[in-house]
Write a protein that binds this ligand. Sequence first.
Ligand code: PLP
Length: 454
Amino acid sequence: MNPNRQPTAEQLCQWDRRYYWHAFTQMAEYEPLVFDRAEGCVLVDIHGRRFIDGVSSLWCNLHGHRHPAIDAAVRGQLQRVAHVTSLGASNPTTIMLAKRLVEITPPGLEHVFFSDDGATAVEVALKMAFQYWRQRPEPRPEKSLFVALEQAYHGDTLGAVSVGGVERFHAMFGPLLFRTLRVPAPDTYRTPPGVPSERLLEHHLRQMETVLAEHHQQIAAVILEPLVQAAAGMIMHPPGYLRGVRELTRRYDVLLIADEVAVGFGRTGKMFACQHESVTPDLLCLAKGITGGYLPLAATLATEEIYNAFLGHYAESKTFFHGHTYGGNPLAAAAALACLDVFEQEKTLEQLPAKIARLQEHLERLSRLPHVGDARQCGLIGAVELVRDKQTKEPFAWEEKRGIRVCAAAMSRGVWLRPLGNVIVIMPPLAISLEQLDQIAEAVEYGISQQFGN
Ligand SMILES: *Cc1c(COP(=O)(O)O)cnc(C)c1O
């Protein structure tokens, strides 16, 4: 290629602002951040600046960027075929991945429906749950409502937004949404007034039970993010909540949809968050980490009972009439299979406890800083919540952009982070080294001290 035809860094920034409309970004204030390449857990921008990828490129990278085994798997697949439709057709790579996912997910999940993003994995689960009640052997079509947690985030398509509950993102679209029953999020930091922490679990399970007891005849499913409500600001549930909700949904004959789009694939210290509480949901949504952060792919896993309700002669119209053009794409499936191989070869899960312990040390130190209300952790997910008042937990107004400012300062220390409002998220690739974890924590501490001058 003619080197003179390569755009300059300045041109790229200009064109980025002018042509490229970015997700969750106020374009009027957007400052171009243009990553050109990566090495392991480090991203390099077009100016040659290096940043540790402290949020796994939005919670999806696991084994680092440009991992030789995953790169090779994608290249290998390119030599066979880049895309085959999942509509009435298949390919060896995606078949292998379906089998592998059934083997590693909680027992009882037997069938895999592929799509291409977390939101679509959720849409699929919602529609499957709805259709299941209409065509199972004893149909109960009146079971058509969903129960979701307050501040839930399940993606940005309208079905996912209907069961979502992050006011700032979702309130605007209220008129477009279907009705959902809401249950307060069991938040271990912002506990309800008058509820001591040792009674938090019981309190929230009772709230769930109240809704199920009253409406179970109309409820198709409960959907939740197991253990951690990620986009809500890494809200962490008390241990036992997931298991308790699983027991309640069985008692009231309601399906359970577990959205492990953010917490799946090792983030919590185990392969899947449901495994911490020996729970098998009826439907399991996976995306983000499934390809190690390489390519768009998502999966919705279902039990035999749900799958069977969709079987019949063509004319019975029990078919799941739903599909996404690139669902189960072989290149993405090749990356996903290689990603699972790397888990085994590099003993990724076995390496995690040391990293989790190191993160814990850092969070304990950060929690003592003024204006840090809480520094919470689940596996290799860390969250540092900035508050105006540590005693009352009074938050900063989101317009003050406290989180954004801390992360901007952290960038000057070579660490890229993206906050959730007042919550600084530390969610590096699982392959992060202890030294890099130290650098991330140091950059966060620096960012906070720059903000508050302590
Ligand atoms: C990110 C996320 C989604 C949406 O996934 P996309 O791939 O962005 O559509 C759904 N659920 C949870 C829990 C998520 O964190």
